[in-house]
Write a protein that binds this ligand. Sequence first.
Ligand code: ATP
Ligand code: BTN
Length: 325
Amino acid sequence: MRHKILDLLAERPGEFISGEQISQELNLTRAAVWKQMKGLKEAGYEIEAQTKNGYRLLASPLALDSWALARELETENLGRELYFYEDISSTNEKAKELARQRAAHGAVVIARRQSAGHGRMQRLWESPAGGLWMTVVLKPNLSLAEASKLTLVTGVAVVDALRDLTGLKPGIKWPNDILFEGKKLAGILAEVVGEWTTIQTMVIGIGVNANIERKDLSPELPAASLHDLLGRKLDLNRLAASILKYLEQGLKEFEQDGFAPLRELWLERALGIGRECAIEKGGRVYRGIIRGIAPDGELLVEAEGKEHHFSAGEVRLRAVNGEYF
Ligand code: ATP
Ligand code: BTN
């Protein structure tokens, strides 16, 4: 019912629609219409009410909202099936569960808060209310080797969406971190549903420290929040829709033309190329200079005159000299 009222209000933007018309079209009493309007206002919709003219919609909420998000979508598939939660353990876990049952390609799980959000190797991802915590189910037309590069494709999409909406120019720290001035603003976690050998479905989790204050995250994390950087709140629905738009575009390009063009885009947004780094792998630390990524998405590091390749699952990358990146 809420969506129907919003559809009516949005049909003629800026114009009033009378309470009587709403109650007739939706078969509601006037009191029920009033109650719905109250609920919408509580959810962050700005609705002007005038005794003579009725109601008009002035603004949608900045907070996540399924109707507002659906209106912002410019995609063909991504986000067209939407699972929305107030509180959830992890959107990636939910997306994997739904992918095994019924979720279609492009289904999106989104939550206001996660109680057990995680990064790689089950490391905790702090997810208080106000962030963008979402996971996309993908059934891509890609081989197993290609699908492992989706983390990189997603990184490009997140950077581009953030640039569009905020004017900030964050960069990508291989493989899955989006940083601004050395601090983590967003993270990406791609996981395979089922066996690696029979990959048909992946889930891509994206977490952005958007409308949360930096002080709502643990002080020791090298993290940043858009709220503190911009001094204002962002429209989370637009942010989600923009990421989904760029991700859908990137995925299409990847399926049609392969990874080479996306690799170029990734390198243009990458951090640390040409810089010294330390890499932890299986208890050992390698030191060298980051040279880029290989055509298969592996990190290229030059050390002791040789070129070394590292794959994302197994390593941690650090800048040297105490800098985060
Ligand atoms: P790194 O190599 O820098 O640790 P990573 O990509 O390997 O990064 P993950 O293994 O995916 O990181 O684990 C997530 C890490 O992100 C946590 O260990 C924690 O340090 C950090 N973290 C947790 N929540 C947030 C958040 N909301 N914003 C930024 N960083 C976070
Ligand atoms: C990283 O450590 O950089 C990756 C973090 C990924 C966090 C996102 S938030 C939405 C989705 N759900 C999760 O549990 N993790 C991802």
